[in-house]
Design a protein around this ligand. Structure first.
Ligand SMILES: [Fe+2]
Ligand SMILES: [Fe+2]
Length: 383
């Protein structure tokens, strides 16, 4: 008797995937898909620029998180276009350190000119598509692009609702005036740095590690700068790079919240900017090598120790957060090395590290500061 049923009745399980309107609707226009890809690619570059240039703590970190969402949508559409044998429009790139602020968009402009038109177009098309024929595209638009773009727009809307000054773009390493800064070291147990070192050594070490994390605003800048400046990173690696930018924003937030949990007013805890100043004096790829193979490699074991210290002090949430940061950083070093080797296969990780260490020391010498080696760099310039 089942033989006599119509196909769509027999296939009623398709409803689970929303494919029950199977033979209705149209195909997705390739031209639309190309245009959305172009706009989200442009938005990725501009958001990365804001993540580098905004001096405001919440704006930099919020935009860094939004960036990962937008790149996720962009890369998903690029991959789909490649499956469809369609030429992908190149993503324009510009280096936020080298290109004047007048040529960057504000977050509001990025939302209004780039993200909202794409989201509106996607919503419109999803309402009238032959879902069974277009399922691979529908899946990308509905499951990846729509939620990602909605989240990114939501973050930026909230930033403006909080009246944070999101339209000001300054320069890499500039921090907003609620904080004071210092740039002669990032050794937080140096006695020239406020707040003063306390009598409890474990607590001091934990405070230093949380400050290292909070000051990873400079890591957000370093990775976001490469994303903005380099158009030749292939899609899979671009997505990983955007993920790393968002990780660094999370680390910075964990550091800020952690300091508050330990009883500090974070605005009274000055921010170290030497890492940002160092890497903004380098080229974007040199900055990548410096942060991964010197800064992160130097600090990795200290993060793990920070987690143990936090547990000893009964700071469970901080301990667990630092534990996850440890895994993030291990991944960043592995990813950064992979990205560097992909661009320059004849070099070795050790070779990149030696070059980055020598650039680091040239910078320190120019500033009249003591040079570092891999054994002590974690304390002075850890990421
Ligand atoms: Fe980090
Ligand atoms: Fe990192």
């Amino acid at each position: 008797m089942i033989n006599s049923q119509k196909v769509q009745e027999r296939m009623s399980f398709l409803e689970t995937l929303g494919l029950n309107n199977g033979f209705e609707g149209q195909l997705v226009s390739i031209d639309d898909l190309v245009e959305w890809t172009r706009l989200t690619g442009l938005a990725s570059t501009y958001l990365a620029g804001v993540a580098v240039l905004s001096p405001v703590f919440e704006v930099k970190n919020g935009v860094a998180l939004a960036l990962f969402e937008v790149v996720d949508a962009y890369v998903a559409m690029v991959n789909r276009l490649q499956e469809l044998h369609t030429k992908v429009p190149p993503r324009p790139a510009q280096d936020p350190v080298a290109v004047p602020n007048a040529r960057w968009l504000t977050p509001k402009e990025i939302v209004e000119q780039l993200l909202e038109p794409v989201l509106a177009g996607i919503n419109n098309v999803l309402a009238n598509t032959n879902r069974i024929a277009e399922w691979p595209t529908v899946r990308v638009l509905e499951r990846v692009c729509k939620p990602s773009l909605t989240a990114a727009i939501g973050i930026i809307d909230r930033i403006y609702k909080q009246k944070l000054n999101a339209n000001v773009l300054a320069r890499m390493g500039e921090r907003d005036d609620r904080y004071t800064t210092f740039n002669h070291t990032r050794d937080y147990e140096d006695d020239t740095i406020e707040p003063k070192v306390e009598s409890n050594a474990i607590r001091n070490a934990l405070i230093a590690q949380l400050r290292t994390q909070r000051d990873e605003l400079d890591a957000v800048e370093t990775f976001a700068r490469l994303l903005a400046a380099e158009s030749e990173i292939r899609p899979a690696m671009l997505l990983e790079l955007a993920r790393v930018v968002s990780d660094e924003a999370r680390h910075s937030l964990i550091g800020e919240i952690g300091l508050e949990k330990l009883g500090f007013n974070p605005f009274n805890v000055p921010i170290g900017t030497i890492g940002a100043e160092l890497r903004s004096s380098l080229q974007p790829w040199e900055g990548l090598a410096q942060i991964c193979l010197v800064g992160e490699a130097g600090n990795l074991q200290k993060i793990d120790q920070g987690s143990i210290d936090a547990r000893d002090l009964n700071e469970k949430v901080i301990a667990e957060s630092l534990r996850m940061i440890y895994f993030d950083e291990r991944y960043h070093i592995e990813f950064g090395t992979r990205l560097l080797l992909e661009r320059n296969p004849e070099k070795t990780p050790k070779g990149f590290q030696n070059e980055a260490l020598s650039l680091t020391n040239k910078f320190l010498q120019n500033r009249g500061l003591p040079v570092v080696n891999m054994a002590n760099v974690g304390r002075i310039l850890g990421e």
